[in-house]
Design a protein around this ligand. Structure first.
Ligand code: F6P
Length: 469
């Protein structure tokens, strides 16, 4: 079996107890490494005065971690600037929020080149290389310039927008060309795969060999959907014996006989948090009998706070929350509880389990693993109801949810009401439909499907050397 080399911006190193971060990417890759030895390369998360040219190596179990520090300028231009101020909003269809700067773009390319040079020295001829996330789109092109002919796959965790949308971003033509240096490109949904293939075909003189395969300049790239999944059984178990955590105890105590509606998201404008709060307000206005009978708990750990659009979102959320609680709250009842700390997976599982409604209404999302976790955490005899945005990738798989347009507050408010009043038999039928899908396409399926497909690709010709982006 070839060695697996994973490359990602963030790297989840297990702590002294052997546990690593609970994020979706960390869980997914831990699963991949369970079956084969490998190397995980990426940013250490640290900033240092001098750029790394060599990674720092750490061995944990049968995985070698190779970590690069960034300078403050690199972090600013590559991570906060181009990746999160220019690419992220466009990928999430928020063209108006995208701030392109030539300096940031140059920094993004520079970090990708530095990473490629450091990584290339660690690569063996038969390694399978699996690159993750939008921070690293040009990495394969840089590795090819250095003569690597390995099979290289890329997984795009966030949406890939329609060609007219990605085309608004300066540099997008370079990125589309660079992506064809991968042998396999995985995206979350069929819609994303179709958008990306159309983008490449429209931009270049590329041909479509089969439904999934694009050929450009004699080199072929397979673009296919591999919806990311969760470790269903371990999440079910975590929900059955929830952590004895203060937040769970306090939530249970403060709920009394009230129903809990839960939202859990990184604080990001793509998640639609202020819009969701306003939908909940609309629900309260339309259902006065529900005042004092429901509590909406929104957990939203702060994210990317150095990026101005995120700081501005944080203010908007606080204002919206204050206004709604002020206008609708009563002594003894606060309609929306808002928490910005991050909690361990066992705590979240316990909270999902007691929530009657999982409110997952992003304006746009690659997949949204919270939707899947909410379903997996439910009591099979008395499950809650998932209200899910049609713009989350998960909606392609979770037809048992109440699917809503998050831009329509009346529609979301109505779905909350339907969810709270739904008969137990219907809740069970919907939940079973979703669990069947989650069990069939769980995290082992995801890693196996991607890696088997990558391993079956032909190796790239050594003689071809693409223009660096
Ligand atoms: O959704 C894309 C993604 O890069 C995930 O892979 C990751 O968990 C998340 O965003 C976190 O973003 P950041 O590293 O900027 O905190």
């Amino acid at each position: 079996m070839p060695r697996l080399v994973v490359v990602s911006n963030r790297v989840a190193i297990p702590d002294a107890s052997g546990k690593s971060s609970a994020g979706g990417l960390a869980v997914a890759l831990r699963e991949a490494f369970q079956r084969q030895e490998g190397l995980w390369f990426g940013w250490s998360g640290k900033v240092s005065a001098h750029p790394s040219t060599e990674p720092k190596m750490t061995d944990k179990g049968h995985v070698r971690y190779a970590l690069m520090d960034l300078t403050a300028t690199d972090r600013q231009e590559y991570y906060s600037g181009f990746a999160n101020r220019a690419l992220w909003p466009v990928m999430h269809y928020r063209i108006g929020l995208s701030e392109f700067s030539r300096a940031d773009y140059a920094g993004y390319l520079r970090v990708n080149r530095t990473f490629a040079r450091a990584l290339a020295r660690l690569i063996q001829a038969d390694d399978l290389i699996w690159v993750h996330d939008y921070h690293l789109i040009p990495l394969a092109a840089e590795l090819r310039v250095l003569g690597l002919a390995n099979r290289i796959g890329y997984f795009h965790h966030i949406p890939w927008p329609a060609p007219e949308v990605i085309g608004t971003l300066p540099g997008s033509q370079d990125l589309l060309r660079a992506i064809t240096e991968y042998d396999l490109v995985g995206v979350q949904t069929e819609r994303d795969a179709d958008n990306l293939r159309r983008g490449i075909i429209q931009e270049f003189d590329a041909t479509q060999r089969t439904a999934d395969v694009i050929v450009l300049g004699g080199r072929q790239t397979r673009v296919k959907d591999f919806p990311i999944a969760i470790d269903v059984s371990s999440f079910e178990q975590a929900a059955c014996r929830p952590a004895r955590h203060r937040l769970i105890q306090q939530t249970v105590a403060s709920l009394g006989s009230r129903s809990l509606i839960i939202g859990i998201d990184r604080l990001d404008y793509s998640k639609g948090i202020p819009e969701r709060m306003e939908s909940f307000e609309r629900f309260l206005i339309s259902n006065p009998d529900q005042r004092g009978r429901v509590t909406y708990l929104q957990i939203a750990p702060t994210s990317r706070s150095e990026v101005p659009e995120y700081a501005s979102l944080s203010r908007t959320v606080s204002e919206t929350l204050g206004r709604i609680n002020g206008a609708h709250g009563e002594p003894g009842w606060v309609p929306i509880h808002y928490v910005t700390s991050a909690y361990p997976r066992g705590v979240l599982a316990g909270l999902y389990r007691i929530a009657r409604v999982g409110l997952v209404t992003p304006m746009r999302d690659g997949m949204n693993l919270v939707a899947k976790e909410y379903v997996a955490a439910q009591d099979p005899e008395d499950p809650g109801v998932l209200v899910l945005s049609k713009f989350a990738g998960a909606a392609e798989q979770l037809g048992g949810a109440l699917i809503v347009n998050p831009n329509d507050k009346f529609e979301v408010a109505e779905a909350i009401s339907v969810a709270l009043h739904m008969e137990r038999s219907e809740r069970i039928a919907r939940w079973r439909r979703m669990m069947d899908v989650l069990r069939r396409y769980d995290i082992s399926w995801w890693t196996d499907a991607f890696l088997t497909e990558l391993a079956s690709q032909r190796k790239a010709s050594k003689t071809r050397s693409p223009a660096p982006v």
